[in-house]
Design a binder for this molecule. Structure first.
Ligand code: G3H
Length: 498
């Protein structure tokens, strides 16, 4: 039974096209055009969204600027109250939003529901954290710096940046949207959301939950459309005071084009899993399968290369293969483990990496199989550094294994990557794990578990081409503020009385 676009969500739909959200209302674009969203499983148009114009973007930016001024003066506890309300509404409507995730991005049904619930929890936590950290400031006295008496008192607190532009990726169109929306709003900013094309309808439903919570009009907007028409126009818009982006290489070009605004960028990863010979092999195999193949490998934090000591490689490969054989491959509606990848071009790219590895002599642990966008899980053993898959990010259910003869070899491969998101180490020797962690040039190193962003309040950051800045609830709130100081200058040092 279709739930999307019905009930409380009926007003976000205009005939067959989902509306965009501007000035507190759901609207149809003056362009009269729409963008098709193709279901990765059926490869047919599932939904349509408005193709917004640059004039509509200008309007949204003007409204955001006005709404932000009033919002910044709204008491912090009231901002938090509204966020809690939005979080509850979001969770209450998890079914229709999850349905969109299943249809638009082929997210397995159970994972789709988890994404919405996780998002509600993230928004609530953000409200609580915001009240704590934004309710605090600093008092500095001048006589700690040489040459000064105690005649200056500096009061510093955090103020909002203005208008935050949020651009989440297709793989978490709800969760990675609210991870930007929540911090922006609690900190007193206005928010303009440009959802990914695939995932846009789930994001529009999520935005409606914020609408139902009663946020002031113009404070939150959501524009949809073609990147070629409004992509650069948005990221280079003079009304934008901060950009928070999650996605691929586009982030690098946005960083080059953006003006003097703070950037939060989470881009790709080639997360290495280094396995030492003293590791718990069952734990390793379980984490390789979960880390490498959940949501068909379409996570920036997926395990993307296994670097394993030769002495245990055969045993681990065997255990991983046994687990892969049990994965359910099929449509997301059936709650399959492996579902179709997001687009045909993505499937073609993955296939290109697989074929390159085949030509260069990698061992295929399973037969390579593809039907449409659905690619069966594949472990590629004996991968060598001259194969593209050793370095490139497939974003699909195919995982290379490189056999190593020393830990140094593993660290070297990990650090030679242009990415530096996360990495993981499996060993029972915690002292060695700490040494390896320090040597790995990645934003996070997981010891004895696969890479992951969550829990959502943990700091999350990438080095090199993997990103700029740090996310996680606290870091995102801080990033979306700046420090404002007021200095009280006394006519004489304050300790001269008495
Ligand atoms: O795809 C990028 C996400 O930030 C990964 O999040 O580790 O929760 O799957 P996750």
């Amino acid at each position: 039974m279709a739930l999307a676009g019905t009930g409380v969500f009926a007003e976000i739909l205009d005939g067959e096209v989902y509306r965009y959200y501007s000035d507190g209302e759901w609207r149809s674009s003056a362009s009269g055009k729409s963008v098709a969203i193709v279901n990765p499983t059926t490869r047919k148009t599932q939904y349509r969204v408005q193709a917004c114009t640059q004039e509509e973007v200008n309007k949204v930016m003007d409204e955001a600027k006005v709404a932000q001024k009033a919002w910044a003066r709204t008491p912090l506890w009231k901002r938090a109250e509204l966020l809690h309300k939005a979080a509850a509404i979001l969770k209450e409507h998890k079914a229709p939003i999850a349905e969109c995730l299943v249809k638009e991005i082929a997210k397995p049904a159970k994972d789709a529901v988890s994404e919405v619930v996780r998002s509600g929890d993230l928004v609530s936590y953000t409200a609580e954290e915001g009240v704590r950290i934004l309710g605090e400031g600093k008092l500095l006295v001048s006589d700690s710096f040489p040459g000064n008496e105690r005649n200056k008192y500096c009061l510093s607190s955090k103020i909002p940046l203005g208008v935050v532009l949020a651009i989440p990726p297709f793989n978490y169109p709800v969760n990675l949207a609210v991870s930007k929306i929540g911090p922006a709003l609690i900190a007193g900013n206005a928010l303009v959301l440009k959802p990914p094309t695939q995932g846009a309808v789930a994001a529009l439903h999520m935005v409606h939950c914020f609408h139902l919570a009663g946020f002031p009009k113009g404070l939150i907007s959501c524009v949809t459309g073609k990147g070629s028409e409004i992509g650069d126009f948005l990221t280079m818009h003079p009304g934008v005071n901060c950009i928070s982006f999650t996605g691929g290489d586009t982030g690098i070009s946005i960083s080059k084009k953006a003006g003097m605004v703070p950037l939060q960028m989470e881009l790709g990863g080639k997360d290495a899993c280094i396995v030492l010979d003293d590791a718990d092999l069952d734990l390793v195999a379980g984490n390789i399968v979960k880390g490498g193949f959940s949501y068909s490998g379409q996570r920036c934090t997926a395990v993307k290369v296994v670097l394993i000591m030769e002495s245990i490689a055969d045993a681990v490969v065997q255990k991983v293969n046994a687990k892969l054989a049990k994965l359910k491959v099929g449509p997301p509606e059936d709650d399959s483990d492996i579902t179709p990848v997001v687009t045909e071009s993505s499937a073609n790219f993955i296939e290109g990496l697989v074929m390159d590895a085949k030509e260069k002599g990698a061992t295929f642990c399973q037969e390579y199989r593809r039907e449409g966008n659905l690619i069966w899980p594949l472990l590629l053993d004996h991968v060598r550094p001259d194969m593209r898959i050793a370095w490139e990010e497939p974003f699909g259910p195919v995982l290379p294994v490189i056999r190593i003869n020393s830990v140094e070899e593993g660290i070297h491969h990990c650090n030679a990557s242009n990415f530096g998101l996360q990495g993981c180490i499996f060993t029972r020797d915690i002292n060695k794990a700490i040494l390896i962690s320090d040597a790995m040039e990645t934003g996070t190193v997981q010891i004895n578990s696969a890479p992951a962003r969550g829990p959502d309040h943990f700091p999350f950051q990438g080095l090199k081409d993997s990103g700029i800045g740090s996310q996680g609830i606290t870091n995102s709130i801080n990033m979306m503020t700046k420090v404002k100081s007021t200095v009280i200058n006394l006519p004489s040092p304050s300790y001269t009385m008495g």
